[in-house]
Design a protein around this ligand. Structure first.
Ligand code: ZN
Length: 305
C-alpha cells in the first residue's frame, strides 16, 4: 500500500487523537505502524433477532447474524482485533425467559468474543442462574470490583485479562455497578462491591508496571455519567480520576455515542470513553495506532448493524 493511501485509510472516520505524552505532531503514520482494532457491544439484552420492518426507529437494525458478518469482515481486514462486551447480556426478550441465557452465551462464543464484564441484569436469574450458563461461554468474564470469593462464582471471574496482538500487549479489566438498591440481594448473595476508582488504580498499576501492557482498556458497566456525579461514579469521572487507561468501554445507561468522548485523565492525557446504546443496534469500533516509536493514537466510530 502507498503511504498516502495508508494514511487516508488509517484516518478515515473521526479525527485521530494522541494518547501518549507526545502530541499528534510527533506521531508518524507509516507502513511500520501497528493497528489494533477494538470492537464492542453493551446492553444487548438478549436481542438475538434483528428488529422487524415495522419497528419505527430501529426497523431492520441489529441482530446477531448481521453483527457476525460485520465482525467477520472487520477481522478479515485486521486480524489484530479484539471483541468485547460491557455487560447486561441477559434480559429483554423471550429467548432469555425460555433458555436462561444459554443462547446468548453460545452465540457470543460463535462470534468469538474475547471477554465480557458482568452487568446488573446478568443476575436476573440469580447468581446461580448466571453460574449455570457459564459452560456455554467460551470467553472470559472479567470483573475487578465484584468480590465473588464467598459465592459460587468464585474463581470463575478474573479481574483482568491480557492479550497479545502482533507485538502489542493489551490489558483489559472489568468494572461493575453497585448492586445494592439495583438488584435484590437474594440474587447476588454475598457478592461484594469494591470501590471502582481504588480498584482501577490497582489494576492500571498491575497492567502497566507488572504486565507491561502497551494498551489498557477498562470494560465498565458503571454507566456513562450521572447528574449526582459527585457521589455516583460513571465512566467520565472514572476517566478523570485515574491514569494509564486508554479506553473505557461503557454500558448500563444505554448511552449512544456516535464517536468516543475524549476526557483528560489525572496526568492530562487523553482517554477515550465510548458506549454504543443498546440491543445490538450498533457496534463500536476503535482503532489504535502505534508508530515505530510506540507513540499511540486512536480514532473511533459507531457502526449501525
Ligand atoms: Zn445495567
Amino acid at each position: 500500500m502507498k503511504r498516502r493511501d495508508f494514511i487516508q485509510q488509517a484516518t478515515a472516520g473521526t479525527a485521530l487523537v494522541s494518547l501518549g505524552s507526545f502530541g499528534l505532531q510527533s506521531f508518524s503514520l507509516s507502513i511500520k505502524t501497528s493497528k489494533i482494532t477494538i470492537l464492542h457491544t453493551n446492553d444487548v439484552h438478549s436481542h438475538i433477532d434483528a428488529f422487524g420492518p415495522e419497528d419505527g426507529r430501529n426497523a431492520n437494525k441489529g441482530g446477531v447474524a448481521r453483527r457476525a458478518s460485520l465482525i467477520e469482515s472487520i477481522r478479515k481486514e485486521n486480524p489484530n482485533t479484539l471483541l468485547l462486551d460491557a455487560g447486561d447480556i441477559f434480559q429483554g426478550t423471550p429467548y432469555f425467559n425460555y433458555y436462561g441465557g444459554e443462547l446468548e452465551f453460545k452465540l457470543m462464543s460463535k462470534l468469538k468474543y474475547d471477554a465480557a464484564t458482568i452487568g446488573n441484569h446478568d443476575f436476573d436469574n440469580g447468581i446461580d442462574g448466571l453460574y449455570a450458563q457459564l459452560p456455554h461461554a467460551k470467553f472470559e468474564f472479567i470483573s475487578a470490583n465484584y468480590d465473588f470469593s464467598n459465592t459460587i462464582m468464585d474463581t470463575h471471574v478474573k479481574p483482568y485479562k491480557t492479550f497479545k496482538k502482533g507485538h502489542i500487549k493489551i490489558g483489559v479489566f472489568g468494572l461493575g455497578i453497585e448492586l445494592d438498591g439495583l438488584v435484590d440481594p437474594s440474587m447476588f448473595k454475598e457478592t461484594k462491591y469494591l470501590d471502582p476508582i481504588e480498584i482501577s488504580q490497582d489494576m492500571t498499576r498491575i497492567l502497566k508496571e507488572e504486565e507491561q501492557c502497551d494498551l489498557i482498556i477498562c470494560l465498565s458497566h458503571l454507566g456513562y455519567n450521572y447528574r449526582n456525579s459527585e457521589t455516583k461514579i460513571g465512566d467520565l469521572n472514572l476517566a478523570t480520576a485515574t491514569k494509564n487507561i486508554d479506553l473505557i468501554i461503557g454500558g448500563h445507561t444505554h448511552t449512544f455515542l456516535r464517536k468516543p468522548t475524549i476526557v483528560k485523565n489525572l496526568e492530562n492525557k487523553n482517554v477515550l470513553v465510548n458506549q454504543v446504546g443498546c440491543y445490538g443496534i450498533n457496534l463500536g469500533k476503535i482503532d489504535f495506532y502505534f508508530d515505530a516509536n510506540q507513540n499511540k493514537a486512536a480514532n473511533g466510530t459507531s457502526i449501525i448493524v
